[in-house]
Design a protein around this ligand. Structure first.
Ligand code: SF4
Ligand code: SF4
Ligand code: FES
Length: 358
């Protein structure tokens, strides 16, 4: 049962309401406070690794990580005090000292600009701290995922999204401190692991350490990168996607984090299998097999007449129930409607189904 008690706390000098179980970060977000994060992904359990989301809470000796701290009645919280902003800047400078490449192409993935954007926002210097660098890059020959751990900041979003969203545990963390390394089981290749190549680790990585190899093929294409909201054509789930294009070329796919059916998740097909769209072997005209056994280009009228003739012969010989329609899961609802009309009205049969099951 939902509690009707009104819970309040003070947030940047304003009294605000919150619900039991909310974290300080969630409350702050709801009230449009700009609290920076790096290890946070709203789809995942809070982790508290980067400490960038710290806020001041009256009575607490040190700043607290707002993404893991539960909101409590009567708390007095400051999200943007001078001290806190300075604290965040130093943290960012420490994080950046581990990261070698800050000019990250957005084709790397959905969240790949997060660190760079924060460094710009805080005017954080990147060469302030010098220390040992962690993470070794892995070119394991897989066709989809760039694994450039030179840029890893050990936020573990990739490991957590794999476990919590994909239920896969294909990757994990080895060693600690500067020796920290994201690895597969027994440090093998992704292809030999339980990885399903869903791409979720790529899309949540905030530094571009993980990247979409297929999208990055278009890195040097000069046209501007554009996004177009669409629906994945592969099955009946209807995952929302943002198509990435340069000029008239489809160059990549981003999962839509606000997609009602997928909330940022995709499978390997939806994420990476888009080459068919511009493939030179793709049919762009009907083909009819001639008496010579070869396929010949034909007009749509010729092709449709040929199909109708074939159906007519089958029904005349074997009856109306000899035809069974299976609508494609890749077609829109209107086309599926036409398909069932075609079978029910055209043939007088109820033998109609679809493959819209994931
Ligand atoms: S690879 Fe990316 S997501 Fe994974 S721990 Fe490193 S920075 Fe975080
Ligand atoms: S691609 Fe998917 S299954 Fe593979 S490691 Fe990344 S999140 Fe896990
Ligand atoms: S976002 Fe809260 S600790 Fe990283």
């Amino acid at each position: 049962m939902v509690s009707t008690d009104v819970l309040t706390l003070t947030l940047d000098d304003d009294e605000v309401c919150f619900q039991k179980g909310e974290t300080l970060y969630e409350v702050a977000q709801r009230h449009q406070k700009e609290v920076p994060t790096l290890c946070y992904d709203p789809r995942l359990e809070p982790f508290g690794a980067c400490r960038l989301c710290v806020v001041e809470v009256e009575g607490m000796r040190i700043p607290v990580a707002s993404c893991t701290a539960q909101a409590e009645p009567g708390m007095v919280v400051q999200t943007r005090s001078e001290n806190i902003e300075q604290h965040r800047k130093v943290l960012l400078e420490m994080v950046a000292s581990e990261n070698r490449e800050l000019d990250v192409d957005p084709l790397h993935g959905y969240a790949s600009q997060e660190l760079t954007t924060l460094l710009d926002r805080y005017e954080a210097r990147t060469g302030r701290f010098a220390g040992q660098l962690s993470g070794q890059s892995k070119d394991d020959g897989n066709p989809f995922l760039l694994r450039d751990y030179d840029n890893c900041i050990s936020c573990y979003r990739c490991v957590r999204v794999c476990a919590e969203q994909e239920g896969d545990d294909a990757i994990s963390v080895m060693n600690r401190g500067f020796e920290t390394q994201i690895v597969t089981e027994f440090d093998g290749t992704l292809k030999d692991s339980s990885c399903t190549f869903c791409g979720q680790c790529v899309q949540t990585c905030p530094t571009g350490a993980l990247g979409d190899k297929k999208a990055l093929r278009a890195k040097d294409v000069p046209e501007e990168l554009e996004k177009t909201r669409s629906v994945c054509p592969y099955c009946g789930v209807g995952c929302s996607v943002d198509l990435l294009s340069k000029g008239d070329q489809l160059v990549g796919i981003l999962p839509a984090m606000d997609g009602p059916a997928n909330e940022g998740a995709l499978c390997v097909k939806g994420q990476f299998a888009f080459d068919f769209v511009q493939h030179p072997d793709r049919l762009d005209t009907p083909l009819i097999r001639g008496t010579d056994g070869d396929l010949h280009e034909a007009s749509w009228e010729e092709a449709l007449d040929k199909v109708a003739e074939g159906f007519r012969k089958v029904v005349e010989k074997y009856g109306r129930h000899s035809v069974y329609g299976v609508a494609s899961g890749r077609t829109p609802t209107e086309a599926d409607y036409m398909m069932q009309k075609f079978i029910r009205v055209g043939f007088g049969s109820n033998y109609i189904d679809n493959c819209s099951r994931a």
